[in-house]
Ligand binder design. Structure first.
Ligand code: CA
Length: 227
């Protein structure tokens, strides 16, 4: 199996050392940068498979970094944040980061999350299903969603939601089903079913004229109307 290349952008040099050591021990290749600008240059040059990105960085902060990367690629991103309050900003800004951890965090936990995201990405690459519903075109294999021919940018969680709903073929999925499928079973993070509702709301707003296809089923959850 190919060794995935992980870029760490973090200005705390000791933390970079610890992360590199542990990730390499787990069989990953690593690259690192200590500020946003050189991190972005390295990202563009090396095209890593995964990005571990600190929020507070010199020169170019993690939020801007993340936005720029999302315009250019779908490389999975985990953000590192020093403060719990920043989590709201990360989620609220819809940056398209795939996950985040709050410092101090356990390296094992971080690695587990990296693996889980990489697994999801490779699973979805193995499915070559394209679905069309009204003005909406969803290519699960290519990770592309278009509305009336125009590409829509989804975070990978939003994409995963959509994928689960498509695979349910019109059946309703409960919030718990969606949580399990999108975040996995082995989570020790504070995610509750309201998170599902928040993601669905964001997804709806991105689906524009086709938002009505995402149907709330009272006391159950959600379904996607594809006919
Ligand atoms: Ca920092």
């Amino acid at each position: 199996m190919a060794q995935e290349k992980i870029l760490i952008v973090e200005d705390e040099k000791d933390l970079v050392k610890i992360l590199k050591y542990n990730l390499e021990k787990e069989g990953f290749r690593t690259l690192s940068a200590n500020d946003g600008e050189s991190g972005l240059a390295l990202f563009r040059k090396e095209k890593p498979d995964f990005l571990v990105l600190d929020l507070m960085l010199p020169k170019l902060d993690g939020l801007e970094f993340c936005k720029i990367v999302r315009k250019e690629s779908r490389t999975p991103i985990i953000m590192l944040t020093a403060k719990k309050e920043e989590v709201d900003r990360i989620l609220g800004l819809e940056l398209g980061a795939d996950d985040y951890v709050t410092k101090p965090f356990s390296v094992r936990e971080l690695i587990a999350r990296i693996r889980s995201i990489l697994r999801r990405v490779s699973d979805s690459q193995n499915i070559a299903t394209a679905v069309r519903a009204g003005e909406l075109e969803i290519d699960l294999g290519r990770y592309e969603v278009r509305l009336a021919g125009k590409p829509i940018t989804l975070s990978s969680k939003e994409f995963e939601f959509l994928k689960c709903l498509i695979q349910a073929r019109g059946r309703a999925l409960t919030r718990d089903d969606l949580l399990k499928n999108v975040w996995g079973y082995d989570l020790s993070v504070e995610i509750d079913t309201r998170t599902v509702d928040q993601h669905i709301a964001r997804l709806r707003s991105k689906l524009g004229s086709e938002a009505g296809r995402l149907i709330t089923v009272k006391n159950v959850g959600y379904r996607l109307k594809t006919d």
